[in-house]
Design a protein around this ligand. Structure first.
Ligand code: C2E
Ligand code: MG
Ligand code: MG
Ligand code: MG
Length: 293
């Protein structure tokens, strides 16, 4: 096969392999063009106070509007963007766009005065020596306070970081930027290891929230929230789809929730009304003492 072929020999590809290779090459060319032609958009998913239902923040999630293939989600192009180095340009666009949007909402939308924005960072962005100056520049341009920006980094990336990345994280944190561990519980970080990282927020992975059923097992989420509390970290639960999950998480002491139960990711135009609606009728989340009325 192709793998064993050395110098001077030629690789033999099966038709299927060729097809996959061609598709990849085509997608890579498309992705390059997408960067030049600004085919990316940012959608926003509310981060909701689990007790009161108010919208405290939004997570920026990138979408690719492919001219022929339509909407493409990040899981289908972020890995390619990473392996081709295009993630730098895409990530910069998402950061700037999201900070700009949120700074605008903070000054115009009632209830959005302290809105935070979370932006996902990939491993390559974290290793980029220009990240610190990019963040500084974007905050300056948009007027967004550093303390209202949260950078989300997956647990796996944090565990495998290089020393340079750690000093970037420390510098960002010193500026006031908050750092969240995304998809927490899917990696292998130990408590003592976590303690040494400059993080502020644990985002409990959806897989743990999925396991919360009416009479189901609360012990894992309970352990994560207690650990976070001990370390002085805030908690955000991802992928809340049902009211019983919200209630269970509230009882466990989790601060913030995110998921289809509150809202799916929405386009920028819809964010102001979501913030205002949560302010006037916190329907998705009722304070605990009112349940059972
Ligand atoms: P993530 O950061 O963990 O984001 C949460 C994902 O879960 C989003 O998928 C969101 O739409 C989805 N989600 C939220 N609530 C629910 C729910 O109740 N049920 C279910 N089934 N799913 C829910 P999305 O937008 O497809 O993003 C997938 C991943 O792609 C993100 O996971 C993040 O790792 C990555 N990503 C997204 N945008 C960016 C970006 O701008 N830069 C980088 N580097 N990665 C990004
Ligand atoms: Mg995230
Ligand atoms: Mg996540
Ligand atoms: Mg996730």
């Amino acid at each position: 096969g192709a793998k064993a072929a050395g110098k001077g020999t030629y690789a033999i590809y099966s038709p299927l392999m060729l097809e996959a290779l061609e598709a990849r090459v085509k997608l890579e060319a498309d992705l390059r063009r997408a960067v030049e032609q600004h085919q990316f958009r940012v959608v926003y998913q509310p981060l909701v106070d689990i007790g009161t239902g108010s919208v405290n923040g939004v997570e920026a999630l990138v979408r690719w509007h492919h001219p022929e293939r339509g909407l493409i989600g990040p899981v289908d192009f972020i890995p390619l963007a990473e392996s081709t180095g295009l993630i730098g340009a895409i990530g910069e666009y998402v950061l700037r766009e999201a900070c700009q949007q949120v700074a605008g909402w903070r000054s115009t939308v009632p209830g959005a005065e302290n809105l935070r924005v979370s932006v996902n960072l990939s491993a390559q962005q974290l290793e980029d020596p220009g990240l610190l100056s990019l963040v500084t520049q974007v905050l300056q341009e948009t007027g967004l306070p550093a303390t209202s920006l949260v950078l989300e980094i997956t647990e796996g990336v944090l565990v495998n970081h290089h020393e340079a990345a750690l000093s970037t994280l420390n510098a960002l944190r010193a500026m006031g930027v908050r750092l969240a561990i995304d998809d927490f519980g899917t990696g292998y970080s130990s408590l003592s290891y976590l303690h040494r990282l400059p993080v502020d927020i644990l985002k409990i992975d959806k897989s743990f929230v999925d396991r919360l059923s009416d009479n189901g097992d609360l012990s894992l989420v309970d352990a994560i929230v207690s650990m976070a509390t001990t370390l002085g970290l805030a908690t955000v639960a991802e992928g809340i789809e049902h009211e019983h999950q919200r209630t269970a998480l509230q009882i466990q002491g989790c601060d913030t929730g995110q998921g289809y139960h509150f809202s799916p990711p929405v386009s920028a135009e819809l964010v102001p009304e979501l913030v205002v609606a949560a302010l006037t009728s916190p329907s998705a989340a009722q304070p605990l003492e009112r349940t059972g009325e």
